[in-house]
Design a protein around this ligand. Structure first.
Ligand SMILES: O=C1O[C@H](COP(=O)(O)O)[C@@H](O)[C@H](O)[C@H]1O
Length: 260
């Protein structure tokens, strides 16, 4: 069993609310310490639940002009398509957060500036990430050209995938760039863009956000094995912390799964 921080809650709604409380605290801390905050959103069911909980918080007058949002992966369909992770975030309340549009770093869409060229689109997102690469990493080792993310959230599929890195899929082998175009995804839609492992691991904190009984086996494998090829969620750790935010159903096969 890995020495990761386990945060287990009784249900998905409580889980999402507590994730958001912790996220807002991390963002405030990053703004105070470094003057800006970089957060990576996940798509999927927990991406939606977290965004709903975040956008439902009472409005405050906090300055969010230095908060940047990124995505860990995106589905290669046109802008505005309900399958897109960014569109699901918008539908869940993204625009109510008060974060400037220029700081919301969406992955390119099919049929947009890069037409149907998903490779070029992935490379363009890598360039956008590189614009926020810092020279001063506050003592952390520097490597891939991405901002050092303060919190990078990852949903986990029932198969153990994270972002759009799927079990036994060759996109996992891409370690020389920070983004990868994913073809033949086993989960629809078949074409996607994903951060690669080196980019994902450039995060002070990685937060796995997982709810539901169908994820319990994947969570157990991720916490007890080091086998990225078969369970991508077993592959990554944050630079300072790795936190598993689980509801009791997703934590069913994890030892000491006391909910609060
Ligand atoms: O397709 C995707 O799936 C994963 C997991 O989503 P879930 O709905 O099973 O929770 C998600 O993390 C990823 O961002 C998304 O593109």
């Amino acid at each position: 069993m890995k020495d990761h921080d386990l945060q287990i809650r009784k249900d998905k709604a409580t889980l999402a609310a507590d994730i958001v409380d912790a996220l807002v605290a991390r963002i405030d801390e990053a703004l105070q310490q470094r003057g800006e905050a970089h957060v990576v959103l996940t798509g999927g069911s927990m991406g939606e639940a977290v965004m709903q909980a975040w956008s439902a918080r009472p409005a405050d007058d906090a300055d969010r002009s230095a908060v940047h949002l990124w995505w860990g992966d995106e589905r290669w369909v046109p802008a505005g398509d309900a399958e897109r992770n960014d569109q699901q975030a918008v539908d869940a309340g993204l625009k109510r957060l008060g974060i400037p549009d220029d700081n919301i770093h969406r992955m390119p869409a099919a049929g947009g500036s890069y037409g149907d060229d998903v490779e070029r689109a992935a490379a363009a997102y890598a360039s956008e990430l590189a614009e926020f690469d810092e020279a001063d990493t506050n003592g952390l080792e520097e490597d891939p050209a991405v901002p050092t993310f303060d919190v990078l959230m990852l949903g986990v599929g029932p198969d153990g995938h994270i972002a759009s890195l799927f079990p036994q899929h060759k996109a996992q082998n891409c370690t020389t760039t920070t983004t990868v175009a994913v073809h033949d995804s086993p989960k629809p839609p078949p074409t996607r863009i994903s951060l690669t492992y080196p980019a994902i691991e450039r995060a002070r904190e990685i937060w796995f956000t997982v709810a539901g009984a169908d994820k319990a086996d994947a969570v157990e494998r991720a916490l007890t094995t080091d086998d990225p090829w078969n369970t991508p969620a077993s592959a990554v750790e944050g630079l300072r912390a790795t936190v598993w935010w689980l509801d009791t159903a997703a934590a069913a096969k994890v030892p000491s799964n006391d909910a609060s």
